[in-house]
Design a protein around this ligand. Structure first.
Ligand code: NOJ
Length: 532
């Protein structure tokens, strides 16, 4: 893959189908809805969409419990709809990535139904079945994200099965070559239909220790603050060497087809995450970099992380940045609406591939969901940690159902978010949506921004600054992460330039630096400056 690969230049949009657009009035977004609103993505200027799961599923975890890897759930439409979506997206120059969920299936998947039917079933070994420990109890101390044992007792066959998530999501046994081949075939099925790649769900969890060794306790665990699963260090059931080998194998399968890409969710410390680029870059092209999802919103800390991350990427690897997804509080709620504009500029100007979460382009905030309307299973398992607030439907206009549905939306849209609708923002030069569109256009037009080198610029206080350069072109990005005004000495030799884009309306095109070479930034302001 050369530097010109589409996924290196491009910007990926995570499309959460339940909440994008409802085509049939049942209150849940679907594929005909996506098709009807595809123009939003081309107008915005992204390059690819990653569709969160649309496979047949009992929806115990909203599609991350797959009961058939080769179909489309009727809730979302038909296989024909998906084929039409792929063709229509391609016709507009948009790539399409699917979510691939290899770690676990639904407990209603025919493979698991067979596996569970008896110890002698040929599919028994397709899942991770174990006897109790000598003396009784779960075979190891591994826990799930709620802090409960990851082992679930099956009365009928007298063994435990392993599941990292809910009881309805049994883990596949990736040590079994038949499982590997069957799952690789599901990749080929979609690659032949023209999808441009996959986002791999929790790749780091694929294989567990074959000796079932107990995890050690985490000495830094803060009860009540940290997720309950952090109570132990998941050294024996997460990021095993076998999983890294499988990552390279998965890549080989995808490389049987031209020009495809793999994104992967890992949720690991930096050094372990970058290992998934693989030896000689033969692993995952985009191992998600989730730091900005949780980082304290503080200039020096973020600047330090950018340096550490870029230095950790092996030769030939390409960086990536994620500011939001369907599992974490929205960026506008984490950092506030004013800083969300600065965050958008950061996401779209750092070196590497940005992944933009649906609705962040509108500045949507988390919608508080009363417990009796909660839909996410986690909301029941870990009160206060449900993921519904960041999954609410997109508001398209000020009509009934906010243009999202003619029925009753599966989650409330939230009054504040309804006012942030697409139609209203499209024509407002000061809107968050317009800011995203301007940044995306600028990024596409300027090679220094989508492919150039990165150089940190010395700054202090709340200012985060860096240069993006290509040939003679030098672009400065200066972001004020604080509410008060700030200054930055423009880097030489030019010490002057022109503001190509500001988060604050009315400044674009203005000279920067003047005679004194100082760039003035308003509170909560970010600017992209063409130097020279
Ligand atoms: C990560 C997905 O992003 C999340 O939504 C899901 O619940 C788990 N993996 C389990 O598949």
């Amino acid at each position: 893959m050369g530097a010109a690969a589409w996924w290196r230049r491009g910007v990926i949009y995570q499309l959460y189908p339940r909440s994008f657009m409802d085509g049939d009035g049942d209150g849940v977004g679907d594929l005909p809805g996506v098709l009807a609103r595809l123009d939003h993505l081309t107008w915005l200027g992204v390059d690819a969409l990653w569709l969160s799961p649309v496979y047949p599923s009992p929806m115990a975890d909203f599609g991350y419990d797959v009961s058939d890897y080769r179909g489309v759930d009727p809730l979302f439409g038909t296989l024909d709809d998906l084929d039409r979506l792929i063709a229509s997206a391609h016709g507009r120059g948009l790539r399409v990535l699917l979510d691939w969920v290899p770690n676990h299936t639904s407990d209603q998947h025919p493979w698991f139904l067979a596996s569970r039917s008896g110890r002698g079933d040929p599919r028994r070994d397709w899942y991770v079945w174990r006897d109790p420990r000598p003396g009784g109890g779960p075979p190891s101390n591994w826990i799930d994200y709620t802090g409960r044992s990851s082992w679930r007792w099956d009365e009928a066959t007298g063994q435990y099965y392993y599941r990292a998530f809910t009881d309805a999501q049994p883990d596949l046994n990736w040590r079994n070559p038949e499982v590997q081949e069957a799952m690789f075939e599901t990749l080929r099925f979609w690659l032949r239909r023209g999808v441009d790649g996959f986002r791999i769900d929790v790749l780091s969890l694929l294989v567990e220790d074959d000796q079932l060794r107990d995890n050690p306790p985490n000495p830094h665990y803060r009860p009540g603050e940290d997720f309950p699963y952090m109570r132990e260090l998941s050294v024996w059931n997460v990021d095993r060497p076998e999983t890294r080998e499988l990552a390279a194998h998965i890549r080989k399968v995808v490389d049987e087809f031209d020009d495809r890409v793999l994104l992967a969710e890992l949720v690991l410390p930096l050094e372990q995450t970058v290992a998934y680029y693989g030896p000689d870059g033969r692993g995952i092209q985009v191992p998600f970099n989730f730091e900005l999802l949780t980082a304290a919103w503080e200039a020096r800390g973020i600047a330090g992380y950018v340096d550490r991350y870029l230095a950790a990427i092996p030769p030939g690897g390409w960086p990536n940045w994620v500011l939001g997804n369907h599992d974490v509080s929205r960026v506008a709620s984490r950092v506030g609406p004013a800083q969300a504009r600065v965050a958008a500029m950061l996401l779209l100007t750092l070196p590497g591939t940005p992944v933009l979460y649906q609705g962040d382009e509108l500045g949507l905030a988390d919608v508080p969901i009363p417990p009796d309307q909660a839909r996410d299973p986690i909301a029941n398992l870990i009160p206060g940690r449900g993921r519904d607030p960041e999954r609410t439907p997109l508001p398209w206009d000020d009509g009934p159902g906010a243009g999202f549905t003619s029925g009753r939306p599966w989650l409330p849209l939230g009054e504040a978010n309804q006012a942030r609708h697409v139609a209203g923002q499209r024509h407002d030069p000061a809107s968050m949506l317009t800011l995203h569109r301007r940044l995306l256009r600028l990024r596409r037009r300027v090679p220094a921004l989508h492919a150039g080198a990165y150089q940190p610029v010395e700054a202090d206080g709340d200012v985060l600054a860096y240069l993006r350069t290509a040939g003679d072109a030098r672009w400065l990005v200066a972001l004020n992460l604080g509410p008060g005004p700030a200054r930055l000495a423009l880097p030489g030799p030019e010490r002057a330039g022109r503001v190509a884009c500001s988060t604050h309306p009315g400044r674009d095109g203005a000279a920067a630096g003047g005679g004194c070479g100082q760039l003035e930034l308003g509170g909560d302001e970010g600017v992209v400056v063409e130097l020279g």
